[in-house]
Design a protein around this ligand. Sequence first.
Ligand code: PGA
Length: 255
Amino acid sequence: MTKRIPIIGGNWKMNTNLESGMLLAGAIADQADTCECCEVVVYPPFLYIQAVDSVIDQTSLHLGAQNIWHEPSGAFTGEVSGAMLREVGATSVIIGHSERRHILGESAELISQKMEYSIKDGFQTVLCVGETLEEREAGKTVEVVLGQVKSGLQHVHASKMEMVVIAYEPVWAIGTGKTASPDDAQNVHKEIRECVRGLYDETIANTLRIQYGGSVKPDNAAELFACPDIDGALVGGASLSADSFNAIVTAACES
Ligand code: PGA
């Protein structure tokens, strides 16, 4: 069986301030430095990326952005390019988060363009997918999630798949305190891996890391990480406290 290094991302969303973000990053970096068995990434708000980079520069903690625009420069008011992100220290990017799909109205087409651009620009790129409660109750979970996977990866060549991470985040579990049961999450992760096997090949499917996201906390992390197709987590609320985020990182190391 392929050994995949778990990846734990802290998606801070529109939280922290300059000072608290720097302190949080420092405390997470201290822990990340003691744990070689998993990859840890934080995604601060755009404005704090540079300051966080100055805190974690010499550590093993990685730094990412919550979004990117799919053009290198130009008249795109309010947007941020890959070159700008790289300049301030980001090496990873989240694309297609459900809050961007559902609150900001990002289309599948836009998400696939951003995937193509982010990868071409050299970023580790996390494609978020997940069904709404309505879709789950209508029995459409797998259809919706695999549709998002296929569309998000449509411009991604096999040779670039090592830069991709997929985050399965059921929309109804994000920020609600509700988590998919380990069995339910594992089933969807397995479907995603099978789908990627069909789109690409066995090696790519076996090496692809698929994170789970949606109310991951220290007390449910270990059972999720024990599932064979769950390779870490994308954490929102619990990433805003170093204690809880570091406990999730520890759970991944012990899995
Ligand atoms: P949550 O958010 O952990 O607060 O549910 C996860 C996410 O949105 O990535």
